[in-house]
Structure formats: structure tokens, C-alpha cells
Write a protein that binds this ligand. Structure first.
Ligand SMILES: *[C@@H]1O[C@H](CO)[C@@H](O)[C@H](O)[C@H]1NC(C)=O
Ligand SMILES: *[C@@H]1O[C@H](CO)[C@@H](O)[C@H](O)[C@H]1NC(C)=O
Ligand SMILES: *[C@@H]1O[C@H](CO)[C@@H](O)[C@H](O)[C@H]1NC(C)=O
Ligand SMILES: *[C@@H]1O[C@H](CO)[C@@H](O)[C@H](O)[C@H]1NC(C)=O
Length: 307
């Protein structure tokens, strides 16, 4: 009985399935992409050129290496045909999933940008950039991709919500820049709109703490301009990214930053009510039936004795 109760209680506290692309089977589509200038001949490579061969080698090596560690970057081939490339998976998207996401991104690069020597492709769980010039030496974050949820918090709550989102982003950025994985997540309740906010910050792990924090600061500074009032949004860059949503969209861990107490997601959920009714009604019914059966049996026995 206790086990049954425990199962029911734990089932009721499971996080709600996140909306969007984080279902059991992730749908991988190019989320956004940037092609360098394809009008001038210098920006394009020829099909059978040395650069094309260097790029082909890159598109095999980076996904493979990143599937082991989540990140890979390097220079392929000798000057003047060197191809510089970078591949990063979201920290909770690992192994073969990571490698497949990156391989897909390299295919997208050709489909979306043709033979451009300067391509960036963002998926939800991974991104790549390659270029004929060395962009790896610095920590430049452009080209960045901005997207937001269409929905807003109630009009009167916008300043308070923006303040909370900024605080959450800063708290998660502090943590992310200070751990070796350069990744952190956090959460906060927002009672005025009865929602929770879940946030994530990540940098490429080759950045120093200071570089990572500065990169994230650059993103956070732009958030009010693009994401004010929005219940979800993201600014993704080559070197660092910040994203927040009102639903859980990453793998939760025990070390998440919790900024303000979360609102109980079970409140008002009919699903949970049903579970509680079952949890209480089933044992009570079983008990009553048991007593009844016992009582009848004793009565019958007593009657038999007197007969
Ligand atoms: C590229 O090389 C392949 C074989 O190596 C050849 O069949 C093809 O015609 C070449 N394409 C161009 C544009 O040179
Ligand atoms: C990929 O991994 C191999 C084997 O560990 C290593 O030799 C190579 O340098 C790596 N390449 C890059 C670009 O990280
Ligand atoms: C949210 O707010 C933005 C800007 O204030 C507005 O353009 C947009 O239409 C709003 N979204 C909805 C779903 O009302
Ligand atoms: C960074 O981490 C170190 C040790 O892990 C800790 O002592 C320090 O307070 C942290 N700094 C910040 C800003 O979180």
C-alpha cells in the first residue's frame, strides 16, 4: 500500500512535458543560419578545391570529436586553403545525439548556403561555424541568432518579469562561467503570472571564466531590447548562449540555481487531483472491503456455531 502511494505521489511530481522540440524524439531542424557573402567569388569555394577537401575533413572530424566531449574546434589544411571550424552541443545533449546533430548541421550548411566559405548553423541542441579566416583565436560571438516565444506576461507585470529574467540570466551566467563545463541552468517562480521560468547559459568550454562571463554579459545586455515581456526567448551565439522558457527544456540536475521559490505546478491541475483521489480512495476502499469481509465471515461462523 505504501509503495502504491509512493508511486502515485512521485508520478504527480514529474515535470510536465516540455512543449516544442524537447519531446522523447527530438526533431532536428536548422533553427537558423547565416551565410557569408556569396556574391563575391572570394567568398565561395570551388567544388573540387583544396578548401572543399579541408571542409569535408572538418565535417567528419568535428562531429566525431564533439560526440566524445561536447565541443570540438580546429584548423583544417594548410594556408591559404585552411578551413577553421567550431562545433558545440548543448551540454545535456551528448554522445551519438550530439554527433548526429552536428553532422546534420554540416549538411544544412551546404543546402542553405551553397559553397559559401563562411557559414553558421544553429540547431536547438547544437551549432557549427566554419570560415576561411581564423575566428577561433578570439571570442567573437557573432553572428548571433535571436528568437522569442510569441506570448507575453500580463502587461502590468512586464517590468517585474524582465527584472526576474535578467537576475536569473545573471545568476546562471555567474555559475556557467565558473564551472569547467561552462554550462549552468536555473529556475525561478513568478507569482504575478503564476509561472515558473527556467534558464540556461553556456559558453564554448575553451573560453576562460572572464571571456565566458563577458560573452554572456554581452547577450544579457541585449535581452531587454529583444525579449522584454516574452515568456520565453533565446540569444544564441558562436561562443555563448542564453535561453529561458516557462517550461523545462533541458535535463534538470540537482545543482540548478534557484532564484525565487518555484510555484507548485500541481496546484489546480486536475490530473494531480485525480492521482490524489486514487491514492486515498483505493486504500480506503480496500480497507473497508477487508473489514466487511472479515465481519461477514465472523457472523457466518458465529451463526454456524449456534445452529
Ligand atoms: C570533381 O572531381 C570528380 C572526380 O574526382 C569529377 O568527376 C568531377 O567532374 C569534378 N568536378 C569538377 C567541377 O571539377
Ligand atoms: C579529434 O580527435 C582526434 C583523436 O582524439 C585528435 O587527434 C584530433 O586532434 C582531434 N581534432 C580536433 C580538431 O579536435
Ligand atoms: C507580445 O508583445 C509584443 C511587443 O509588445 C507584441 O508585438 C506581440 O504581439 C505580443 N504577443 C502576443 C501574443 O500578444
Ligand atoms: C567560483 O568557484 C569557486 C570555486 O569553485 C568559488 O570559490 C567562487 O566563489 C566562485 N565564484 C563565483 C563568482 O561564483
Amino acid at each position: 500500500m505504501l509503495a502504491l502511494l509512493l508511486i502515485l505521489v512521485s508520478a504527480s511530481s514529474l515535470p510536465a512535458p516540455a512543449s516544442g522540440d524537447e519531446g522523447a524524439v527530438p526533431v532536428i531542424n536548422a533553427f537558423s543560419h547565416f551565410c557569408g557573402p556569396t556574391s563575391d567569388a572570394d567568398g565561395l569555394y570551388q567544388p573540387n578545391s583544396t578548401f572543399a577537401a579541408n571542409l569535408a575533413s572538418m565535417s567528419a572530424v568535428l562531429p566525431k570529436n564533439a560526440s566524445a566531449s561536447g565541443f570540438s574546434a580546429g584548423a583544417f589544411g594548410r594556408a591559404p586553403d585552411t578551413a577553421y571550424g567550431l562545433a558545440l552541443c548543448r551540454w545535456d545533449y551528448t554522445g551519438d545525439d550530439c554527433g548526429a546533430c552536428l553532422s546534420r548541421a554540416f549538411k544544412d550548411a551546404v543546402n542553405l548556403c551553397g559553397r559559401s566559405k563562411d557559414v553558421t548553423v544553429y540547431h536547438d541542441q547544437c551549432h557549427i561555424r566554419f570560415y576561411s579566416q581564423d575566428f577561433l583565436a578570439g571570442a567573437v560571438n557573432s553572428p548571433e541568432s535571436v528568437a522569442s516565444n510569441m506570448n507575453n506576461v500580463s502587461r502590468g507585470n512586464v517590468p517585474a518579469f524582465d527584472g526576474l529574467v535578467t537576475s536569473l540570466a545573471n545568476a546562471v551566467a555567474d555559475r556557467a562561467s565558473n564551472v569547467s563545463g561552462r554550462y549552468a541552468t536555473g529556475q525561478a517562480g513568478f507569482p504575478p503570472d503564476k509561472i515558473n521560468v527556467y534558464g540556461l547559459a553556456q559558453c564554448t568550454p575553451d573560453l576562460t571564466t572572464a571571456q565566458c562571463r563577458a560573452c554572456l554579459a554581452g547577450i544579457i545586455k541585449q535581452m531587454p531590447k529583444f525579449l522584454s515581456g516574452r515568456v520565453g526567448g533565446r540569444i544564441l551565439g558562436v561562443r555563448c548562449a542564453v535561453r529561458y522558457e516557462k517550461d523545462i527544456f533541458f535535463e534538470t540536475t540537482g545543482d540548478m540555481v534557484t532564484l525565487t521559490p518555484l510555484l507548485d505546478p500541481s496546484k489546480g491541475s486536475s490530473n494531480t487531483h485525480t492521482l490524489w483521489i486514487v491514492a486515498i480512495a483505493v486504500p480506503v476502499t480496500v480497507l473497508i472491503c477487508g473489514f466487511l469481509a472479515c465481519f461477514m465471515w465472523m457472523r457466518r461462523r458465529r451463526r454456524r456455531v449456534y445452529n
